[in-house]
Write a protein that binds this ligand. Structure first.
Ligand SMILES: [Ca+2]
Length: 209
């Protein structure tokens, strides 16, 4: 009887360990930088390894700034409330010379050359006008460079309006049913050129009273 009980405990433990492995394996892998992309690690595509979020069963996924659309694999439902949270600090988060060491800095993004430490005097007249001119071509023109957004693509292929992730932990009502994707606000031609970084996020379903 004791041997049977011990076996049962081991079976449960092995199941939990394997379940954890499977959860990790299902996470959306994405490249940290151009070098990893050239090494073969591509940005996640939509519709891969889809996972649903349940109450008390949060799911984790990565956001990589080099991806135009970083597909989370997370399926959300219109009208339900979700809590999205950055776990820890981002890894090597940056847009060219601009770097963010903390999640708060990453969320803030940057607006002009004065936000970039060690900017040289000659860069203001040379690079400054380009930074100002190019901002109208950002994915979300009215928001600063590299601020983080998420959106939902429904079954018809229609994307919801992007919602800005403004705090490390944020609750939102899903604007549509479909897969969640995220992106750093950038000029479309300047993702693979100079974006680096990966951050881990977690999403959970809010339990409405
Ligand atoms: Ca960029």
């Amino acid at each position: 009887m004791k041997t049977g009980a011990a076996s049962a405990i081991w079976m449960v433990a092995l199941f939990l360990i394997c379940f954890e492995c499977a959860a990790d394996a299902a996470m959306n892998e994405c490249p940290l930088n151009k070098s990893e992309m050239e090494g073969g690690l591509q940005c996640p595509k939509p519709g891969q390894e889809l996972r649903h979020v349940a109450v008390d069963a949060p799911q984790r996924f990565y956001l990589c700034s080099i991806c135009h659309e970083c597909w989370s694999g997370i399926v959300v439902e219109a009208g339900k409330d979700y809590r999205i949270q950055i776990i820890g600090e981002p890894q090597s988060w940056g847009d060219g010379a601009w770097k963010a060491a903390t999640a708060e800095e990453a969320l803030k993004g940057w607006s002009s050359l004065s936000d970039i430490p060690d900017t040289k005097w000659w860069q203001y007249p040379v690079v400054g006008p380009f930074v100002w001119w190019a901002k109208r071509s950002r994915r979300v023109p009215e928001s600063d460079w590299f601020q983080i957004f998420f959106a939902v693509r429904d079954a018809t292929g229609t994307d919801s309006e992007p919602i800005r992730l403004q705090t490390v932990e944020q609750v939102f009502s899903s604007p549509a049913s479909g897969e969640l994707y995220l992106f750093a606000n950038d000029h479309p031609a300047y993702y693979e050129k100079n974006n680096t970084g990966r951050m881990l996020l977690e999403i959970s379903l809010e339990n409405r009273p």
